[in-house]
Design a protein around this ligand. Structure first.
Ligand code: A2P
Length: 316
């Protein structure tokens, strides 16, 4: 299995199981199925609302001896309502309790946006804390403390633009080791990949398959389907592979980690088996041409007067 190497020698399996949108009542079975079939990397977050159930599955596979803790790579993320320095460690400890673990392999700041403590999802401008009230560096320094305490082996960020990474890097010697962002053939993130590579920051691709199971209010009416894209389906047919396998393989060839979500046993297995697909130069060229800077996750919901961002991704 391909891995991403960290500077202390730790290796993160390139393909992980995503758990965003994995329903309660389904996610434990998905995690167990994944680990039984060779997955060693599970991507979680407090805001997904299912960490306690993921934890039950982890406890079972560890107890049954299917894997050892040190063979697993578990990522989780700090929710936006716990950015104040005094709130970071308690949030991480709650995640560890839910996941039934002593430590995480990787803990990420989920978004560069802070909500007031207790706000699960903002309803108006008053629900935000401004960047003056909680600068990102304050949250980041608490993340560094969490690492020093041994609660997580690595720390990083998610949904950070190059501009936001540059701002943070200027203020700390202990820079993020990971940036998890939306990344797929319609949003190839070439500039961010280049910037991160120069700065020894790994990338993880979320929504790699186009996240067709998002709720209706999160979807644009006319959003394109990635898995039904003609270029992707034609390449898939050529290799006797599925469209999802083509995309996951493309991700790993570009050196990023990728976390396809599935709660279906056949598709969980199929996604890990994407390593067998052999994309050629012609396939890669055709996929490169699909880049359109198109986002499924617009982040518009985090742009208000309260947090002083015009555009969360700094593109406008
Ligand atoms: P399911 O969970 O029923 O398998 P993303 O990872 O981009 O968020 O996409 C997740 C969506 O893609 C879910 O709807 C998931 O459905 C679906 N999916 C996951 N793997 C595959 C696959 N191999 N083929 C088709 N759809 C898939």
């Amino acid at each position: 299995m391909k891995t991403l190497k960290f500077k202390n020698g730790d290796e993160m399996p390139a393909i992980g199981l995503g758990t965003w949108k994995s329903a309660k009542g389904e996610v434990a079975k998905a995690v167990k199925t994944a680990i039984q079939n060779g997955y060693r990397h599970i991507d979680c977050a407090a805001t997904y609302g299912n960490e306690a159930e993921v934890g039950e599955a982890l406890a079972e596979v560890l107890k049954e001896g299917i894997v050892k803790r040190e063979e697993l790579w578990i990522t989780s993320k700090l929710w936006n309502n716990s950015h104040k320095k005094e709130d970071v460690l308690p949030a991480l400890k709650q995640t560890l309790k839910d996941l039934q673990l002593d430590y995480l392999d990787l803990y990420l700041i989920h978004w560069p946006v802070a909500f007031k403590p207790g706000v699960a999802f903002p309803e108006n401008d008053d629900d935000y804390l401004s960047l003056e009230e909680v600068p990102i560096i304050e949250t980041w320094e608490a993340m560094i403390d969490a690492k020093k305490e041994g609660l997580t082996k690595h720390i990083g960020v998610s949904n950070f633009s190059q501009t936001k990474l540059e701002d943070l890097i200027k203020k700390t010697d202990d820079i993020p080791e990971m940036n998890q962002v939306e990344l797929h053939p319609y949003l190839q993130q070439n500039e961010l990949i280049e910037f991160c590579s120069k700065n020894n920051i790994h990338l993880t691709a979320y929504s790699p398959l186009g996240s067709g199971d998002r709720s209706d209010e999160m979807k644009a009416k006319d959003e394109p389907s990635l898995l039904e894209n003609k270029v992707i389906t034609t390449i898939a047919k050529k290799h006797g592979a599925s469209p999802a396998q083509v995309i996951i393989n493309w991700d790993t060839l570009r050196g990023t980690a990728v976390i396809p979500k599935s709660t279906n046993e056949t598709r969980i297995i199929e996604n890990l088996e994407s390593t067998g697909v052999k994309l050629d130069e012609d396939d890669l060229q055709k996929i490169a041409e699909l880049d359109d800077n198109f986002r499924y996750v617009t982040g518009k919901f985090f742009v208000t007067k309260g947090n002083s961002y015009k555009d969360i991704y700094d593109e406008e």
